[in-house]
Design a protein around this ligand. Structure first.
Ligand code: DGY
Length: 320
């Protein structure tokens, strides 16, 4: 029997399977992340950790778990909070949840694009405030989706799924990525261009890169300033890919018309943050993968891989 520590409860019955296999499963009961001191205490003696993107999974945490730690299963595809090198040095296997959340995240990215461009939240607030007095030809105009050019930065699974949705709206797709993706180019009639050209040509820009030292503040003042007048930025990747101060400036002084953000920096975003005072910023609380089925599948993936490693088998979804 091994001890498994889980930093938040998971939906569905996947954790039961770990218990049924004879493991001791300790689940942090809070809705909020365990405070650091508590986390370091609770992981002691664990052979497996199931972690979330808000947990700092570093050498200190691994050492607090002790030499019996075999596997860290991250309940997310992104691994920017996990020190993979520290895990490698300690012989700890790291797994994550790629693939299953692709469509849910692309759906939300497209929803944010449409909501920000067509002023859905602003319109809703306007109605709620009792300001809807008449139909008017100039009320709440926004950029059209149909026929627009969309620029996808990062053309992996989620970027391509997002582009598929954009094609459904008859948008032209440009993408910027380190490597060409010929199959996706053909399927989506997408053109690979340099980042600067993408920013200069796209009416909508959607971010789908992981957070790495290279993508930290990728959308800085200079790049945001290159975007087309009236463009819309969508971020469902990681908040720190965008420089928040520069984003605010681009929204207030141009060229940006609106932004749809599922991830922010800081995250969570405090209710009095200036971004939220901007009428054309739509923010959701990092719920890209929050489809019911997706979250159940993610739970099965992490518990399946924990079971695999604890019984000496290869995990199905190792971090690469
Ligand atoms: C991820 O998986 O990295 C998302 O941000 C959360 O599901």
């Amino acid at each position: 029997m091994s001890r498994v520590f889980v930093t938040r409860n998971l939906p569905g019955t996947a954790l039961e399977e770990l218990r049924a296999a004879g493991h001791e499963v300790d689940v942090w009961p809070g809705f909020l992340a365990p405070p650091r001191e508590e986390l370091l205490e609770r992981v002691r003696g664990a052979a497996a950790l199931i972690t979330m993107l808000e947990d700092r999974v570093d050498a200190e945490l691994m050492d607090a778990a002790g030499p019996g730690l075999k596997v860290i299963a991250q309940y997310a595809v992104g691994l920017d909070n996990v020190d993979l090198e520290a895990a490698r040095e300690r012989g700890v296997v790291v797994t994550h949840t790629p693939g299953v959340l692709t469509n849910a995240t692309a759906d939300l990215a497209f929803a944010l694009l449409a909501a920000a461009a067509r002023r859905v939240v602003e319109g809703h607030d306007y109605v709620r405030r009792g300001e809807w007095k008449t139909w008017h030809p100039e009320l709440l105009l926004g950029p059209e989706l149909h026929g627009a050019t969309v620029g996808v930065i990062g053309f992996g699974r989620i970027g391509q799924a997002f582009a598929r949705r954009a094609r459904g709206f008859e948008m032209e797709v440009l993408y910027a990525s380190r490597h060409p993706k010929p199959a996706a180019e053909e399927e989506l009639s997408a053109a690979r261009v340099g980042l600067d050209e993408l920013l200069e040509r796209a009416d909508f820009v959607s971010l789908h890169t992981p957070l790495t030292p290279e993508t930290f503040h990728l959308m800085n003042r200079e790049r945001l300033g290159r975007m087309k007048e009236g463009a819309v930025l969508v971020n469902t990747a990681r908040g720190k890919v965008v420089d928040t101060a520069a984003l605010l400036e681009a929204l207030e002084q141009g060229p940006l018309f609106a932004a749809g953000l599922d991830v922010t920096d800081p995250e969570p975003l405090p209710a009095d943050h200036p971004l939220l005072a901007h009428p054309r910023v739509v923010v959701t609380p990092h719920i890209g993968s929050a489809g019911r089925r997706t979250r159940l599948l993610m739970a099965e993936m992490v518990t399946g891989d924990v079971l695999a490693v604890l019984s000496g088998r290869q995990p199905r979804f190792p971090a690469r």
